[in-house]
Write a protein that binds this ligand. Sequence first.
Ligand SMILES: [Zn+2]
Ligand SMILES: [Zn+2]
Ligand SMILES: [Zn+2]
Length: 377
Amino acid sequence: MNEIFVLYSLIYLVIAFCFVYKTDLFISIGLTVENLFESYLGREHDNFIIYHIKRTCITTILHLSIPFGFFTGLSIFKAQKHFVSLLGELSWQVILLGSLALPVYALFVLIFHYQRDWHTHPLVKKLKQFENEQYTSWKAVCNDINTEFKQLDKITLYCGNRMRLVLTRNWIINVGTYNLDFAKQNDARLVVYSADTHDTGSNRYSGVIQFINVKVIFLNETREFSFRSRLHAFDFKDLKDGLQCPITVSQDVTFYQTKVDKFLEIFKEFVENNPPYEVQDEDREMCFGCMTSVANVKLIKNCINSESSNDEVNGVSLQKCVSCECKPLWCVDCMGKWFALRQNQSATETWLSSKCPCPACRRTFCILDVSPVVVKS
Ligand SMILES: [Zn+2]
Ligand SMILES: [Zn+2]
Ligand SMILES: [Zn+2]
């Protein structure tokens, strides 16, 4: 086999793969549809719907051009001989022209939709489903989504570089490579129907990464529609927080627990049994770590350790605990995570007997010194 043919094919396939799958490298060097066609697409923030109509059209055309690009490259490098000898000159010409037909057809479709002000585009047809007394036309739906997308309180959950789920006050939007799906929060319900766990071998996600597959089911008038999305399992809490509608988890889905999750459960049990710390209700503040829960733990030296020397765990000397003067600033989850992340990650058995500095004043505390905050009656 011709060496140039093999080398060219390999390089072309790798580049095409990285472009289609939007690898981190290609994103960092700007080889993405979003970056290359920035001036045509405009800003997603300015007109979310039109941006994605254009983006999905261009993406489709470019991805369909990949076979034509491949065969053209072969001719340029005079490496098509392999194909010609195998199929004959005529078949080769047919393949070459056939591969051109796909992107040309997609281009005509784009022009067709563009000339009709996008009214005929499949994405607009999806928006038309939501027309009612509130939304008299698809443009009204479009404006509502555009406005909500600009709000700072929207939640965006990424699944790789090609997919994301956006939750705004009233909408659930699934953004994919070639299409988008929409559901109104009021009329929807979500079902986590399956999960898959993968060993990444990297430390970024403590070695194991889990994805959940979600079905968004929504009623429109009397008809039921649905679409599917995929998320990182660690985004499940954010998903729940951003939803106004119910979500159920199918019985055969089990969430993978990281060592930090497992530790948090034990940490919380310990904290519940520690001596409580009383505060006035009006003195309670939001947690400094997550800003979503009330700060419900206070560090007080409850443990009895020798005053003179430092403690030792597994031969590692630990500073002795000191009472911390900080007011309750953190919730039990954030404090537990703070504690866990400051431990030896490869020796979980030492965590419970270990110590950690206060997040604010750096005074040392142990798990016995984390008191639950209770409101004075
Ligand atoms: Zn918190
Ligand atoms: Zn402190
Ligand atoms: Zn202590």
